[in-house]
Ligand binder design. Structure first.
Ligand code: SDX
Length: 429
C-alpha cells in the first residue's frame, strides 16, 4: 500500500495516494477525489499539476538541470548530433552504430515531399507567416499516408516517424524559398540532416553551394538544445490532441500552433524584434527594463522568465557561449548581441527580476544565433519547431505506449448563470 496524504474537507478525511518518481517532484494521486469527495482541484496554468508520468526529460528548475533520458544537455550539445539525440528521445536509448545508420538512412530516404504538395505553397500570400504554412503542411502530410495513421499500431507509428522528422525540414526550407520568390531546392541526400537543411535554405540552382561545417555544427547544437522540455505548452498540446487518438501529423500540427505564441516558442522572434527596437532607441536598455517592470505597461522582457526555471536556463548559457564563438569564427559583430548582454546584466542586478527569479531563457540569445546563420526572423519559431519535433514525437509515442489510454478532458469551476430562460427577441431591451 503506497503512502498517502490525508485531506480533510468539512471534517471528513480523504486519503490521497502519494506518487513518487525516480527523481524530482512527487505528487498526490487525485483520480478518485471527485468521486469520493465531490470536489475537484483548480490550478489555472497547471503550474502545480502533473498531467502524466514520463521517462523522457527531467528538469530541475531550481538547479538549472535539463537531462534527456538522464543525459545532461550540456554533454549532448557538444558530443551528440541532432539525429542521434532525436533517436535517444524517441527510442529511449543512445543508438548503436547500426541503429544510428539505419535511422539516418530513413531520414535521408524520406526527405522529399509529394510533388503535389508544392502547389499548396502557391495559395499562400508571400507575407504568410511560415508557422501558418508549417502547421497546415504537416497536417496535410496525413493525406499521403492514409494507411499509416493508426496511433495504436506501433508498426504504423514507426513508419511515420522518420517521414515527419525528415519532411518537416524540407517543408520549412521550401516555405522560406517560396517567401523570397526563389525556386525550391530539392534535398541532397548525400548531406547530413542539418547540412541538408542549410543547403535547401541557401543554395540556388545557378550557383554551387558549400555548407559551412561550423554553421552546420552550430545548427546541430541549437536543435539539440530545443529538442525536448517535458510538459511545456506545445508538448502538452501534442499529448492532449493525441489523447483523442488523432494521428501523429494532426497532433504535431497542433503543437506547432501552440509553439507559435509569443509567450512560448514565438518568444525567439519577439526577442529580436525587441532588441531591434532598443537599438533604434539608441540602445537604451534602462528604458526597456523600466517598461518591463511597469505593471501598467503590457511590455514584457521577451526571452526572460520561465514557469519552471527559477534559476538560469541551462540552454541559455550554452547558446550565449555559442553566440560568442560562432560570431567571432564568422568574423561577425552583431550590435543586438551587445544589447542583449547589457539587458541581461541590467536585469540580473535589478530587484524586480531578482525577486521574481526571472532569468534569460532559451529564447533570449537564440535569435542572435539564427541571425548569424542568416535565418530570417520570421523563421525563428519554425527553427524551434524543427528542434522540438523529436520531443513532441517522443511524448506522443510514450502517451500511446505507456499511458492509460484515456482522453484528456479537464473539468472546471463554473461561475456563470445558474439557471436562465430563453427570452424572445421582441422582449429583449
Ligand atoms: C519557452 O514551459 C517551457 O518549458 C517552455 C520552453 C520550452 O522549451 O518549451 O522553455 C520555451 O516558452 C520559454 C519562455 C519564452 N517566453 C518568453 O520569453 C516570454 C516572456 N516571459 C513571460 O511571458 C513569462 O515569464 C513566461 C510566460 C515565460 C512564464 O510565465 P509564468 O510562469 O506564468 O509567470 P508569471 O506570468 O506569473 O510571472 C510572475 C511574475 C509576474 O509579476 P507579478 O504579477 O508577480 O508582479 O513575473 C513577472 C510577471 O509580471 N514576469 C515578467 C516576465 N516574466 C514574468 N516581467 C517582465 N518580463 C518578463 N519576461
Amino acid at each position: 500500500m503506497s503512502e498517502t496524504a490525508e485531506l480533510k474537507i468539512k471534517g471528513k478525511a480523504y486519503q490521497l495516494p502519494l506518487v513518487e518518481g525516480s527523481i524530482g517532484d512527487s505528487g498526490l494521486d487525485i483520480r478518485k477525489l471527485r468521486a469520493e469527495s465531490g470536489h475537484i482541484t483548480l490550478d489555472s496554468g497547471f503550474g502545480n499539476t502533473g498531467a502524466c508520468r514520463s521517462a523522457i526529460t527531467y528538469i530541475d528548475g531550481d538547479k538549472g538541470i535539463l537531462r534527456y533520458r538522464g543525459i545532461p544537455i550540456e554533454e549532448l550539445a557538444v558530443k551528440s548530433t541532432f539525429v542521434e539525440t532525436s533517436y535517444l528521445l524517441i527510442h529511449g536509448h543512445l543508438p548503436t552504430k547500426q541503429e544510428l545508420e539505419e535511422f539516418s538512412d530513413k531520414l535521408r530516404y524520406h526527405s522529399l515531399i509529394h510533388e503535389d504538395m508544392l502547389h499548396f505553397y502557391d495559395g499562400y500570400p508571400s507575407t504568410a507567416h511560415p508557422m501558418a504554412i508549417l502547421s497546415s503542411m504537416v497536417c496535410s502530410l496525413s493525406a499521403y499516408y492514409p494507411d499509416s495513421l493508426d496511433p495504436k499500431d506501433p508498426e504504423q507509428v514507426e513508419h511515420l516517424i522518420p517521414r515527419v522528422l525528415s519532411k518537416i525540414r524540407t517543408i520549412a526550407a521550401y516555405s522560406y524559398k517560396k517567401s523570397i520568390g526563389q525556386p525550391v531546392i530539392y534535398p541532397k541526400n548525400a548531406l547530413r540532416y542539418c547540412e541538408n537543411f542549410l543547403y535547401m535554405m541557401f543554395a540556388v540552382p545557378s550557383e554551387p553551394y558549400e555548407v559551412d561545417p561550423e554553421v552546420a555544427a552550430a545548427l546541430n547544437m541549437l536543435l539539440i538544445l530545443h529538442a525536448d522540455h517535458e510538459q511545456n505548452c506545445s508538448t502538452s498540446t501534442v499529448r492532449l490532441v493525441g489523447s483523442s487518438d488523432a494521428n501523429l501529423f494532426a497532433s504535431i500540427a497542433a503543437g506547432i500552433c501552440a509553439l507559435w505564441g509569443p509567450k512560448h516558442g514565438g518568444a525567439n522572434q519577439a526577442v529580436v524584434e525587441m532588441l531591434e527596437v532598443i537599438r533604434k532607441n539608441g540602445g537604451d536598455v534602462k528604458a526597456a527594463i523600466a517598461a518591463a517592470k511597469d505593471r501598467d505597461n503590457p511590455f514584457r522582457l521577451m526571452g526572460f522568465g520561465h514557469r519552471v526555471y527559477k534559476n538560469f536556463d541551462p540552454r541559455a548559457a550554452v547558446i550565449k557561449d555559442l553566440c560568442d564563438k560562432l560570431l567571432s569564427r564568422l568574423n561577425l559583430h552583431d550590435p543586438l548581441l551587445d544589447i542583449a548582454k547589457r539587458l541581461e546584466e541590467e536585469a540580473l542586478n535589478d530587484p524586480y527580476f531578482v525577486d521574481r527569479k526571472l532569468f534569460p531563457n532559451v529564447d533570449f540569445y537564440s535569435g542572435v544565433l539564427y541571425r548569424a546563420l542568416n535565418i530570417p526572423v520570421n523563421m525563428y519559431t519554425v527553427m524551434f519547431s524543427l528542434g522540438r519535433l523529436p520531443g513532441w514525437i517522443a511524448h506522443w509515442k510514450e502517451m500511446h505506449q505507456e499511458g492509460d489510454g484515456r482522453i484528456g478532458r479537464p473539468r472546471q469551476i463554473y461561475t456563470g448563470e445558474t439557471k436562465a430562460s430563453y427570452v424572445p427577441l421582441s422582449e429583449r431591451v
